[in-house]
Design a protein. Sequence first.
Lengths: 127, 934
Amino acid sequence: VPPRWATDGIEGESVGFVDHVGGGDVIRIACPHCGPRNSSEFRYAGEAATRPHPDVAIEAWRDYLYVRDNPAGWTIETWYHTNGCRQYLRIRRHTVTNEISHVAPVAAAAESLAEQGSGDPGGEVGA
Amino acid sequence: MTRPEAQRLAPQPGEVIDRARPVRFSWDGGRYEGMHGDTIASALLASGVTVFSRSFKYSRPRGILTADFLDPGCRVQVDDEPNVRGAHRRVAEGMQVRPQNVWPSLRFDMKSANRGVGRFLTAGFYYKTFIKPQRIWPAYERVLSRFASGGVVSFDPRPGYFDKRYVHADVVVAGGGPAGIAAALAAADAGATVMLVEEEYDLGGHLRWGDEADRDVLAELRRRLARSTVEVLVDSAVTGRYDDNWIAIVQRSNPQAEERLLKVRAGVLVVACGLVERPYVFEGNDLPGVMLSTAVRRLVNLYAVRPGSRAVVITANPEGDAASRDLERVGVEVARTIDMRIGGSVVRARGRGRVRAVELTDGTVVDADLLVTATGWTAPTALLNMAGNRPVWDDTAARFVPGPELAPGVLATGGLVGDADTEGLIDHGREVGALAAARAAGRPEPAVRRMPPAAHPALFRSTTHGFIDWYEDVTSKDIEAAAKEGYDSIELVKRFTTATMGPSQGKLETINTVAALADATNREIGDVGTTVWRPPYAPISLGALAGRIFQPVRHSPMQSWHETHNAVPLVAGEWIRPDSYGDAVAEARVVRQAVGIIDVTPLGKFLLEGPDVPKLLNHVYVNSWSELPVGSVRYGAMCAEDGVVMDDGVTGRLSDTRYLMSTTSSGVGGVWEWLENCLQAQHPEWAVHVVPMTPAYASMNIAGPSARTLLERVVRELNLSNEAFPYMRVREGQVAGVDDCILWRIGFTGELSYEIHVPASYGLHVWSALLETGADLGVGVFGVEAQRILRLEKGHLIVGQDTDGLTTAAGAGLGRMVKLDKPDFIGRSELAQAEHPHVREAAMTLVALRPDDASCVPTEASQIIGTDGAIIGRITSSRMSATLGHSICLAQLARAAATPGATVTIRLPDGRNVTAAVCEQLAFFDPDGGRLRV
């Protein structure tokens, strides 16, 4: 099929607003700016980790870059509301039940999350 | 061929057919007539057809078993749609219905030979047969694909489309029987928004084929529904329940779409799927003429079809008793009724292609063409299981019932939970509906009375072996064999025998499989346990899952011009843009010799504003941005924290605090997130606004020796001389009468060039003005392909084309840009590590290659082979350069081999080796950049 100036979606591509029927793609996140939204509006940006100063020992840097706790339980992670307010959010989520106990803008999240424990309550976003 | 006698009964009080509206359709090549409201199976049965398919492995003739969606013998091909549930789908005028799995024909079947070799097709035959010798596998495959039981998929596009819908509902009720309807009404009365989903075409469940009192109750429920706010979906099914009550519903027989997928965020899901009647296991239980009591009641009462002429009924419950009464009422002779609550049973059904006689445990043999069984129920707990509930065995009721713990957003009512008369079911549904509405609204929750299941004899198998899974042709003997081989876990038996893995996904088969395994291993059913039900609960087509993709397609404001000038489209992420206008080589020549313009609107653009922009630029780019004067532009390369090149582009300083940043066309989304990450998460103290401007400007590049002459004709008050507006500078001004344009003097084509960003709504105007005013200069247009040639001649890399997920700044030939003396920037740690000699030497680097055969253009991704045959690199870009008269390449090459002047060997995809020389620098054309600075 020759390429054409499609007007009804790009065939074979699946980027953008495509969401999924199953599994963890469908949890709901209470965005502090936009209200409760499907997680398909967000991009998962990984477990929260504090970015060290680049002058630290390379081992510490690589821990930050590559090593994750990946717990079966409560964890603190970062999500980006791509199709919403475009804000980075800190989320405390249970990886087994998908229960979410806390959502806050990333900059404001450090203190309030530290009280809830588990996971790294750092104020910066991992790679 | 002579037609068998028609089996349509006189009008029945609850019938759903419209005798005034005949429907003509074809079956297996013959012409048939049904009535509006008939299913394919009921119309055929009324015309005397009793065999609808051949079974999967043994090719046994199959007729009606359940007379509903689950009926295993009634899957047919309708026009170009395979695997249609013939006992569910209604006949429509002109439908062409064909049997499946009957090569070469329904009446004469080659595969019936398999009956003779049945012992080779027992449990686990998938795993034991056809394995060796492997070289014969293609022959096996040809034969097996002939035997596969599916229909024929058409590869022609169908008219119409699949659709999706998003819904927010307080309460979704799955199942429209009496309890489900009552729950929906009660929830709506309590103020909830309610969606009621019924698998069949009509609401009412078993009330539809009940007595007059049942029909009156149903009529009243329907009247109340019609006055309520409940949204009713029929011929639709809840296929899955996911986290946070994300409910997937497939809506069939929708006039607007083939099938529609509803994605519902529900406050509370009420599961009211009722009960599924389970078949009894005995020899000959798959013969046409052996039917469940519910099948008989549906056929007689809904479709007015006589299911046989002389019947034996074995019953252990009121539904079986009622089936017996239905048969007698419509004049079917009931030769024997065995009440299994008292004693007695069937040993085997005899006959070939149809039940002829029934052998009973008391030794008598009764002539009959219909054997009706009513031996118990299965609670289809799948939707509850998806919410974490595990079914438990109820010994008294002889069925698995929902476990005690339900997720907070999920409730159950109706036969799924327990047993009651119609009034009791409605009362329970009403209480659950009120609870659902209260829970969805966060109000105090009313109590719900318990509705326990009623006692029922535990009946699974007679003294003989018979079929457990009609779809997969699995018998109780296969389960026994699996147990003997050591498969004592139900999950393993399921996978080994494939019992429960057919299209009904266990709704008919699971309990008998569990019972047979318990029998074979001398355990209790409760100890064996049951399998886990996963989505989908009901089948859903791939078309509905794909649905319509809601994805924007982006075109530049010059799109209409491109389309009318024969542009060849190129899909680039969300954008579709001109790849060429027919002859990319000629387009490139115009740029080198005169002047060309290209539409570069997809180029990512951000307006950065604020006092801390230099800090942000210094942080995200590896090079230095501290002293960029107002009116200048600079090229920057962006790395991720692991030092891998992520994006590149130029940024111009428009004023003290205003900058325009450009990114690659495909990288714009990622860069936006990246900038926001820096500003929100890492340095919230920096005052910078990021405004995405990509589609706000129409961007075009004017390139070629005559670029200045051309642009001078359309600008006012802007001095374009090399002294006033030198290379790598930015100016703002008016172009072709359009204010607020931004002009960059940059040049990735290697020619004198200006990139102009025009307010998008004037893009076409400026584009046309340039072409009209430059006609005497020989101005031409060029597309992405010509641009690829031009920039490759200059050795400019494309991020993602000439780099990959391991290419660091040094590996991209950008090492000298990296300013490791900046106190911090993204990627600094790893880029510093990459400077270690042992890391450097082991890394790949970007080089330009000139093939020794000037006419050979090595295919991109061709490998570069070392003297020992090892892969030491690959071609990343390659084109024929008409300007230079020879082919040119960029390549990622091991540093040890990347000595200028060295010869490397390229392995082409066809296996030939060609040689190429490593060049001094990346640029093939005008390496000093003299043509840029004129």
